[in-house]
Design a protein around this ligand. Structure first.
Ligand code: 6PG
Length: 518
């Protein structure tokens, strides 16, 4: 006897298969918002549990089999897949695809790698099906009460899917935190960058906590009070808010500050690492996100940490900081500046991804849909929204008039914090890396010139010059003459170019020698 009789007709506006917490919460959110929601789970017991506990919250159509689940969906069908990323998702997509018709839509709301999403979207497009990779941010609570949703996939699928997602998404100033991000894997790409920024945000908050705890000797509760105060200003955000909460929490088992009984090894499911790997492939310096991701790896490098602790000088602890209030004020400004650089770098990665994969991603819209519902929701995303409204093609967030002024204001404090941490042995990788990025990105000239010379010396990898066009190499092991390696505009023939380059470099080296001897 089937637990659930097949639905008498195709009546469900949308369906969710995968009734773990995220999937069932998403289904509940849809049902609470008036949609008829088909639900299914590989093991029917989970579906039964959802119906037992939440069946009264809206119009659910539970199915025992995937076939009944698909049959209960109105056409064009929309089925959301909420199962483990990777092979399980592939398996469910294949099963759904065999049961669905042209024009139907499969939505992956998990944290899938955007390259998997691009592959799946291409494969399903061949079968006339729409595949949407949608980033969903806000955790279990967000899925239930209003996440930020970042759907990619075909634009026409958003016409069917968008109104439902916009209704269940978090709302900010009456605007849904959901928009069509771009084709194929764009949605999951943006979610990946969101998670990278999340890592940087969390890490730099932890570095500020560490300095207040170990340099100033403050208790977790005292530090929680500082974060609570900061949450009333420019740093107002979900992550600052929850940081104040967890720091003020006492472990129920011991009565000690909760954070003090937690093992200091940070886990990671992988989305931050994806953001860094992708940025490396795209050549985008996401140094804040990278240092935050590596900081988690450092914390988990148990053999290395034990070996280091055994032989390297002990950690310098609480300091006699003359002006504690000033130090805490410095931390607040340094935190804001480091956060700003991390967001700026994250938006650079989105822009680079859009260029690489030919996605038309509106950076301002991404800031807009992150203002509520997602983990990095923050007051200053309003400012980022305004910045991209001023200039949708802004080449660098830091170059926006508001943020230029803001980061300039914070630099003296930022330098004091990084200098203090370095001078007294407190690891502050994101504070320091973002400051170095700030100093590098605004530099008139970088020491990369020397790197180019080194590369040309040992690898003949060539270099360009500041005073003329072209690509050059020095014959380091011979007469150290410089030869042009590319063909200049309008060059006549191959031989002539070499000769001309040779003569030119001969002239220069002669001039150079005469200059040198002069
Ligand atoms: C979100 C979160 C979520 C993330 C988990 C675990 O936007 O709701 O980013 O998607 O996967 O918080 O992330 P890590 O294990 O990588 O820290």
């Amino acid at each position: 006897m089937a637990t659930f009789a097949p639905s008498p007709a195709a009546v469900a506006d949308i369906g969710v298969t995968g009734m773990a917490v995220m999937g069932s919460n998403l289904a509940r959110n849809l049902a609470r918002n008036g949609f008829t929601v088909a639900i299914h789970n590989r093991s029917v017991g989970r579906t039964e549990a959802v119906m037992d506990e939440h069946g009264s919250e809206g119009d659910f159509r539970p199915s025992e089999s995937m076939a009944d689940f698909v049959a209960s969906l109105k056409s064009p069908r929309v089925a959301i897949v909420m199962v483990k990323a990777g092979a399980p998702t592939d398996a469910v997509i294949d099963e759904l695809a065999d049961l669905m018709d042209e024009g139907d839509i499969i939505v992956d709301c998990g944290n899938a790698l955007y390259t998997d999403t691009r592959r799946r979207e291409a494969a399903l497009r061949e079968r006339g099906l729409h595949f949407v990779g949608a980033g969903v941010s806000g955790g279990e609570e967000g899925a239930l009460n209003g996440p930020s949703i970042m759907p990619g996939g075909p634009k026409e699928s958003y016409d069917r899917l968008g109104p439902m997602f916009e209704k269940i998404a978090a709302q900010y100033d009456g605007e849904p935190c959901c928009t069509h991000v771009g084709e194929d894997g764009a949605g999951h790409f943006v979610k990946m960058v969101h998670n990278g920024i999340e890592y940087a945000d969390m890490q730099v908050i932890s570095e500020a906590y560490d300095l207040m705890s170990r340099a100033l000797g403050m208790s977790a509760a005292e530090i929680g009070d500082v974060f609570d105060t900061w949450n009333k200003g420019d740093l107002e955000s979900f992550l600052i808010e929850i940081t104040a909460t967890v720091l003020r929490h006492e472990d129920q088992r011991t009565g000690k500050p909760f954070v003090d009984v937690i093992l200091d090894r940070a886990a990671q499911k992988g989305t931050g690492a994806w953001a860094v790997q992708t940025a490396l492939d795209l050549g985008v310096p996401v140094t804040g996100i990278a240092e935050a991701t590596f900081a988690r790896s450092v914390s988990g490098s148990v053999p290395q940490r034990e070996a280091a602790r055994a032989v390297l000088p002990a950690q310098v602890e609480a300091q006699d900081v003359p002006d504690r209030e000033q130090f805490i004020a410095d931390l607040q400004q340094a935190l804001y500046a480091a956060k700003l650089v991390s967001y700026s770098q994250g938006f650079d990665e989105i822009a680079a991804g859009a260029a690489q994969f030919d996605w038309d991603i509106d950076l301002g819209a991404m800031a807009r849909i992150w203002r509520a519902g997602c983990i990095i929701r923050a007051k200053f995303l309003d400012r980022i929204t305004e910045a991209y409204r001023r200039d949708p093609k802004l080449p660098l967030l830091l170059a926006d008039e508001y943020f230029t002024q803001e980061i300039t204001r914070c630099v003296p404090a930022w330098r004091r914090v990084v200098a203090f941490a370095a001078a007294h042995g407190f690891p502050a990788p994101v504070f320091a890396a973002t400051l170095s990025y700030y100093d590098a990105v605004r530099s008139e000239r970088l020491p990369a010139a020397l790197v180019q010379a080194q590369r040309d010396y040992f690898g003949a990898h060539t270099y360009q010059r500041v005073d003329t066009e072209g690509t050059y190499h020095v014959e380091w092991s011979a007469d150290r003459s410089e030869t042009r390696q590319d063909q200049p505009e309008g060059s006549v023939t191959h031989g002539a170019v070499d000769r001309a380059a040779g003569e030119q470099s001969q002239r220069r080296s002669t001039e150079g020698e005469s200059h040198h001897q002069g």
